[in-house]
Design a protein around this ligand. Structure first.
Ligand code: SF4
Ligand code: SF4
Length: 382
């Protein structure tokens, strides 16, 4: 199995000329064909998971987008469209707010902010995903550039290039995916299907904005972490194997295990050809509260899944923060959050029996009012 190379280099600031120089060096090192973008309609797929400012580390920085656009247009691209479907509704109203807060209205004016909210069916023949609906803007593109962030993630452990592709599935359809694949191993196989489909379907490039990353309760409510790195690869799986090592999570990410089991990639970062830097720097990323780590996995293996379930972290509403907006209830794929009126206020109540621990409620609460309750024994080992 020959793995695609990953170009990795330090990049300390969001200085556009420095980033432009970085992309030129990366493309030369990766021997990106000169006609890769020439005459093409290019889709930039950033991570715009929630309306967050660029300094909060959750979303792709506008300077990275502007620098890349400059290089892509200089290579002859016909057009660049920027599109993502965050967790809420996939609509003009929702996206215009996200674009504004995330600074997308400041990017190079040649980049068109997507205003086509259509989507259509594709046949995938994946192991879990036989069919899926994907954004129309993806279907129309000639080339896809996946512009992800390096973040910890409450459900999958990490979010990087492969997980970012989940935003090609329109708005509320993503919740259907969580319901269809409630167990993390199945959800991870689904992500693997999606990544394999997209990379086989179109010419593809993955870029990771790991200048300001996110640790802790990512992908939206963690802590920004300065890591000062940029990564580029033709293969999102190869990029994520290197990123996983940089986050000191080697071997833990189930969608990468799935890809390795299908012989899509080698599982060890040493087997990914590295360009630009011989030895990736590593950073101790604080784990999400929902990540029970190896203790619970070992317990599950030793005592059986049902017993271990009692120890699993659970979402909880932080009452003194919650403003009762109802977005957690609207984002719950299991419809297990009920908005209840009490004492003149309407607040969410989680009915735990149907909860699948997808943590969409935590991810999409705009003010971080969904926390994670850990079993005290697990907390000791966290
Ligand atoms: S999304 Fe957050 S603020 Fe809104 S109701 Fe749910 S917990 Fe409260
Ligand atoms: S309550 Fe939260 S964690 Fe549980 S299923 Fe609903 S969105 Fe997912």
């Amino acid at each position: 199995m020959t793995a695609s190379p990953v170009y990795l280099a330090p990049c300390e600031t969001y200085d556009i000329p420095a980033l432009t120089a970085f992309f030129r060096e990366a493309f030369a090192a990766l021997s990106l064909p000169e006609d890769f973008f020439c005459g093409k309609q290019v889709l930039f797929k950033p991570n715009l998971v929630l309306a967050k400012r660029p300094d909060q580390g959750a979303t792709t920085h506008p300077a990275v987008i502007s620098a890349l656009a400059d290089v892509v247009f200089s290579m002859g691209a016909e057009s660049v469209t920027l599109a993502d479907s965050p967790g809420g509704p996939y609509s003009a109203a929702a996206l215009s707010h996200v674009y504004k807060v995330c600074g997308m209205d400041t990017v190079d004016p040649r980049v068109r902010l997507n205003d086509d909210f259509g989507f259509g069916n594709v046949t995938m023949h994946g192991e879990k995903l036989r069919n899926a609906r994907l954004l129309s803007v993806y279907q129309k593109a000639d080339v896809v550039v996946d512009l992800c962030k390096m973040k910890s993630h409450s459900l999958t452990g990490m979010s990087c290039a492969v997980k970012n592709l989940f935003g090609l599935i329109p708005g509320l359809e993503k919740f259907e995916m969580h319901s269809a694949f409630p167990a993390l191993p199945d959800f991870s196989e689904m992500l693997c299907d999606l990544g394999m489909y997209v990379t086989a379907d179109k010419p593809f490039l993955a870029v990771c904005d790991a200048i300001l990353s996110m640790e802790g309760n990512g992908p939206t409510h963690g802590t920004p972490k300065m890591t000062g790195q940029m990564l580029v690869s033709r293969d999102p799986f190869a990029l994520d194997i290197v990123a996983e090592h940089m986050m000191r999570r080697d071997g833990e990410t189930l969608y990468l295990n799935a890809a390795a089991a299908r012989s899509r990639i080698p599982r060890d970062w040493h087997e990914i050809p590295l360009l630009g830097t011989a030895e990736p720097p590593t950073f101790g990323f604080i784990r999400p509260d929902a990540d029970s780590g190896s203790f619970l996995k070992n317990l599950s293996g030793f005592m059986g899944g049902r017993f271990a379930k009692a120890f699993e972290p659970k979402p909880m509403i932080i009452r003194n923060k919650c403003v009762g907006c109802g977005k957690c209830a609207a984002s719950c794929p299991q419809r297990t959050i009920e908005m209840v009126k009490r004492g003149g206020k309407t607040r969410p109540k989680i009915h735990r029996d149907a909860c699948i621990k997808c943590y969409c409620c935590q991810e999409l609460c705009p003010i971080g009012a969904v926390g994670i309750r850990q079993n005290p024994i697990i907390r000791l080992f966290h």
